[in-house]
Design a protein around this ligand. Sequence first.
Ligand SMILES: Nc1ncnc2c1ncn2[C@@H]1O[C@H](COP(=O)(O)OP(=O)(O)OP(=O)(O)O)[C@@H](O)[C@H]1O
Ligand SMILES: [Mg+2]
Length: 321
Amino acid sequence: MTDYCIEIENITKRFAQHVAVRNLSLHVPKGSVYGLLGPNGAGKTTTIRMMLDIIAPDEGTIRILGVPFNDKHIPNRIGYLPEERGLYRKMQVRRILRFLAELKGMKGAVADARITEWLERLDLKTAEKDWGLAKIDELSRGMQQKVQFIGTLLHDPDLVILDEPFSGLDPINSQALKDAVVDLKRRGKTVIFSTHLMDNAERLCDSVCIIARGEKVLDGPIARIKAEHGTRNIALSLDGETSESVAEVLADRSLVQRVDDSNRYFEIELAPGADSQRLLRRIVDSGATIQRFELVQPSLHQIFLERVGAAGIESGMAGHG
Ligand SMILES: Nc1ncnc2c1ncn2[C@@H]1O[C@H](COP(=O)(O)OP(=O)(O)OP(=O)(O)O)[C@@H](O)[C@H]1O
Ligand SMILES: [Mg+2]
């Protein structure tokens, strides 16, 4: 038994002279929420389409749920929200959802019950209004996206792949989507989604892979990535005056590399190899009353900017030629 839901080894995809994905390997742990991050044109959608056997890689291998990606039983275990949205505009919401469910082999009565459940859950069916009875083109764009999201999940897939699921959603609908993703994870499902919104990824993902110019920049559990990029900073607030003995601790260069002293608030950069807990003990021992002692790490956004940055995007442009 593999612990990975998706195993991608060294895939490459070329479109004419342009290499959209280059020698990419990634491993998505089962039961995790995984973010595929990268700037526009990085190769996220191309990678997702290869996972789904919509386009074939020129090189490399992909295994999904423990079997090769083109196994015939795989599609019914996957739910896919494509980047390009679009439902038959003249069709009724319920009919379209039933049609999508039947494509995945669901029986009508089961499908209908689930459709009702989901419409209620995503506020498309309330006491006042049942949008299930409306036609697609009567719905706002965000609502249509919710309907398409429901269509992705009706057959209760083990693996859910969402390409830019947050684009075009307002904060309330984004939150509803995040809640649904968290719930899927609780139920043991694996969710992979692409985005360039680092905030959503940071809050939602267990692991991420950042790609730029078709190549992997970094990947792994968020906690590890953040720890590796930690500037080893500590936010410290003290109650009352800073005593001589605290000042002495903060001046100890074996513990503290640099300190930004704003009277009662300090931003401390640990010395190389220094242990934050030892610093904490020394401050406590000095008799100070601590209000806040917190290891602060860079956000995923900062890491993204640092690792991908303008240079990454520029050389990506150069790669187009
Ligand atoms: N069918 C295709 N034919 C030619 N080039 C393509 C094709 N599909 C993708 N590309 C190119 O491959 C690169 C990666 O595209 P892709 O759609 O995978 O990026 P993305 O990371 O999903 O970007 P976005 O955030 O804008 O959705 C781009 O330079 C794109 O122009
Ligand atoms: Mg895309």
